[in-house]
Design a protein around this ligand. Sequence first.
Ligand code: SAH
Length: 234
Amino acid sequence: MPFEATVLTLYPDMFPGFLGESLSGRALARGDWSLETVQIRDFATSKHRNVDDTPAGGGAGMVLRADILAAAIDSVAPDSRPRLLMSPRGRPLTQARVRELAAGEGVVVVCGRFEGVDQRVIDSRGLEEVSVGDYVLSGGEPAALVLLDAVVRVLPGVMGNPDSGMHESFENGLLEYPHYTRPQVFEGVEIPAVLVSGNHAAIGKWRHEEAVKLTSERRPDLLGRPAAVQPVTK
Ligand code: SAH
């Protein structure tokens, strides 16, 4: 069964968006994964089909109504797919979680808007809150596209060279080593000699050392974290 993504949103036209291009777009066209959107507004009952209301307790902004969002979620046939809510309060998305999601049957993704969604829906429908970073977007749609991009690229057969994913940043708990390609000399700067030596053991060692150096400088927090996949030994 191909990986099935269902996205609940007030802006279905934002999908597939950039996922319709390049590798993910070709995989979508081939049927390696599927994407369905559910318009939350279709479940509004009032004359003007309002979906939001003022926050209980007062304060700025509006909140997505519990009854409408719950009806939209319940319209998706119950299955074993995880139900995610894109949310800045969620657990930050990691490559390890991306791998887990890609190994499953698919995802149901709820995109928030306004100040967010009524807490009772999060609780009663068992939504797992997922964040794409410590900043606030105006809606869950770009976050959902980011999550789906990361998941789809690791689905079997989507990436041109399956081996190329294994060395990537986060996969082995490290940021990736620096890359070089032609020309041999660029603005007077040469490619590091070891990379053109043909000595694969030395190249592997150099890359690992560079990855460790970069990671300890920029993201020391990653060093204690479990890897997304088993380290590739070559
Ligand atoms: N009032 C909320 C922010 C609401 S932003 C708060 O302070 O926590 C509106 C919607 O955008 C959210 O419901 C969520 O779906 C989405 N969103 C915003 N930032 C996000 C992030 N970093 N990761 C995932 N989704 C995000």
